[in-house]
Write a protein that binds this ligand. Structure first.
Ligand code: PLP
Length: 392
């Protein structure tokens, strides 16, 4: 099928929940994807921070295909070696001691909220304005943006929102009924918002003084995105609970809730479950993906090439009045424009670069961590040309 035929059938048979780009993708390799017409694109979207090890990584592909020939699924009524091996590896690379496996970011956040309520025996959750935590009823409640909630009430009771970066507001919001504070260490969908200096550290202190748990939603920041395996390591602040998904299994659907020994032990048999959670296929993909990040030195690459990319973008900021700000950490970068940026996304796609526009005015760059400096140059040259044309 060509692009037009695929678009027509999508319109006929698929619920129209996505504002899609007119592009049908067929294959990928590293930081490049190809559409069904055979055109190549440098991919700075990467499934939205999912394909951290690059598209079609041979090690991940091999692990999935080998496992598929052995055992695709079995119930969590039984044990598998793949699940315990991945849990052990995640404990090794994270600041936590226990894992629960699920299938998506929203589901991981749901699990974290249940765990915090069970452990503390309290109900209230404090979340941040401008945050994003998923699309289930409880996670749109936790999300601090109206556009995701309208038309879907009644929402889940027990949630409050405070401005991200404002410690005083958290202090005022905490009551005797507060179970946890839920925060993205770097806000992703909200426009790549970096925490103010010392904020996460102080937030942790504030939580602990008040017997409140701190939950980091690392669904987007996880697995090398910010230059360390997790943003908790980049910012040197250990939360009580971390939620993971997106890049965890190299593009295979998976999520996880990680916690300290004590908090994790609050869940007892029967408390929580997921039919597909931690299935052998997802775990094989997760093992291959996390091992690849470690063994291919992708954390160093994320830091070094991320810094290189940010500096290239900063040069564009100095040259072009239309750019308001460039910010980011590791390979999680944002370029804020003084206008909505969806036109620029179209222009870049037509020139062979995929980016995405979030928070209306922010071009988000979250490419595979394997992207080369040469590919980064191609992206910024393309941006330079478009910005030049726009300011004429
Ligand atoms: C993408 C994202 C989610 C939701 O993940 P799904 O797998 O789509 O449910 C939650 N939190 C953050 C920070 C995200 O970026």
């Amino acid at each position: 099928m060509n692009t037009e035929e695929i678009m027509a059938q999508d319109n006929e048979y698929v619920m129209q929940t996505y504002g899609r780009q007119p592009l049908a993708l067929k294959k990928g390799k590293g930081a490049v994807v190809w559409d069904v017409e055979g055109r190549a694109y440098i991919d700075c979207v990467a499934g939205i921070a999912v394909n951290n090890v690059g598209h079609a990584h041979p090690r991940v592909a091999e692990a999935i295909s080998k496992q598929a020939h052995k055992l695709i699924h079995t119930s969590n009524i039984y044990y598998t070696e793949e699940q315990v091996r991945l849990a052990k590896l995640l404990v090794e690379v994270s600041p936590h001691q226990k894992a629960f496996f699920c299938n998506s970011g929203a589901e991981a956040n749901e699990g974290a909220i249940k765990l915090a309520r069970k452990y503390t025996g309290k109900g209230e959750i404090i979340a941040m304005e401008n945050s994003f935590h998923g699309r289930t009823i409880t996670t749109i409640t936790a999300t601090g943006q109206h556009k995701y909630k309208k038309n879907f009430g009644p929402l889940t009771p027990g949630f409050k929102h405070v401005p991200y970066g404002n410690l005083e507001a958290v202090g005022e919001a905490i009551t005797n009924e507060t179970a946890a504070v839920l925060v993205e260490p770097v806000q992703g969908e909200g426009g790549i918002i970096i925490p103010p200096e010392g904020y996460l550290d102080e937030l942790k202190k504030l939580c602990h003084e008040n017997d409140v748990l701190l939950i980091f939603d690392e669904v987007q920041t996880g697995f090398g995105r910010t230059g360390e395996m997790f943003a908790s390591q980049t910012f040197k602040v250990t939360p009580d609970i971390t939620t993971l998904a997106k890049a965890i299994a190299g593009g295979f659907p998976m999520g996880a809730v990680m916690a300290s020994e004590e908090v994790g032990n609050a869940f007892q048999p029967g408390d929580h479950a997921a039919t597909f959670g931690g299935g052998p296929l997802a775990c094989a993909a997760g093992l291959a993906s996390v091992e690849t990040i470690r063994e291919e030195g992708l954390l160093v690459r994320s830091r070094e090439n991320g810094e290189y990319f940010k500096n290239q973008l900063k040069e564009l900021f100095l040259e072009h009045g239309l750019v308001e700000d460039v910010r980011g950490v590791g390979m999680m970068l944002g370029m804020e424009m003084d206008m909505p940026c969806s036109r620029m996304v179209d222009d870049m796609r037509l020139q062979g670069v995929l980016v995405n526009c979030t928070a209306e005015k922010v071009l988000r760059f979250v490419p595979p961590l394997v992207i080369s400096q040469e590919q980064i140059n191609d992206v910024t040259d393309c941006l330079d040309e478009i910005l030049r044309r726009l300011s004429d």
